[in-house]
Design a protein around this ligand. Structure first.
Ligand code: CTP
Ligand code: MG
Length: 239
């Protein structure tokens, strides 16, 4: 089954604070997104690549005539939805430009897993949680109003419970779906809030499989992540 790769690259990279969109920040000698583009180019199953880029940065990818570039939206979910409109294959592999350690082997393993599981709507790369995870109590504010994100950062929180780590996975990308199943799921949900594509598919009862991927398939969010990614990519090129 042919696959279209969709790369979500339209974020602004606030937390990285590099002064420009994260996907184009230099990483081990090239713009971050190019590591993911190359990984998809090396996949036999990938027939085409669609990139959702920041509306002001569409020209940055002009040197790559094999890519389809669409303008991203205000949220990651909106950017992916915009790109999905340009997908014509049966399968689609959604990936964040912020995960530059992507390998062709991981993509092909996900595709093979989905092809072997006709009952599944998708399969996602994920890694078992290694931290002990606490759920904080929902403390109501004195006024009875909701707590905003700033309060959550600044106020001491109370542990409500410890989650069972044995059943917890951190979702990554790539996430490979039957395109029709993903489109159906997105049509029935409020596009905007979801932080991955498995969420809307789960919400409509679709089966999503987990594929264990290594923690080295990390997401670059902060300057520390950028340093780690730089080190891992340099190590890889020495091999
Ligand atoms: N993304 C996107 N469109 C958006 C927001 C995010 O395509 N409107 C993409 C980013 O480019 C990134 C991926 O979604 O590849 C994951 O998002 P995140 O790591 O949060 O990146 P940013 O939103 O750029 O970073 P920040 O939240 O720190 O601003
Ligand atoms: Mg973001």
């Amino acid at each position: 089954m042919a696959v279209t790769a969709v790369i979500a690259a339209a974020g602004s990279g606030e937390r990285l604070g590099a002064g420009g969109p994260k996907a184009f920040v230099p990483l081990a000698g090239r713009p971050m997104i190019e590591w993911s583009i190359d990984a998809f180019r090396a996949c036999a199953s990938v027939a085409s690549i669609v990139v959702a880029a920041p509306p002001g940065q569409l020209d940055e990818l002009a040197g790559h005539p094999d890519l389809s570039v669409v303008a991203g939206g205000a949220t990651r979910a909106r950017s992916v939805a915009n790109a999905l409109a340009a997908v014509g294959t049966e399968l689609v592999a959604i990936h964040d430009a912020a995960r530059p350690l992507l390998t062709p082997e991981l993509v092909e393993a996900l595709v093979a897993t989905l092809e072997a599981a006709p009952e599944a709507a998708g399969v996602i790369a994920a890694t078992p949680i290694t931290d002990t995870v606490k759920q904080a109590a929902h403390q109501s504010s004195p006024s009875g109003g909701s707590i905003d994100a700033q309060d959550v950062q600044n106020e001491p929180q109370v542990v409500e419970r410890t989650l069972d780590r044995a059943s917890l996975w951190a979702a990554q990308t790539p996430q490979v779906f039957r395109a029709a199943a993903l489109r159906d799921a997105l049509a029935g949900s409020e596009i905007g809030a979801a932080t991955d594509e498995a969420m809307p598919v789960e919400a409509v009862g679709g089966t999503v499989l987990l594929h264990a991927a290594g923690p080295e398939n990390l997401k670059v969010t902060t300057p520390l992540d950028l340093r780690v990614a730089e080190m891992l990519l340099a190590e890889r090129s020495r091999r």
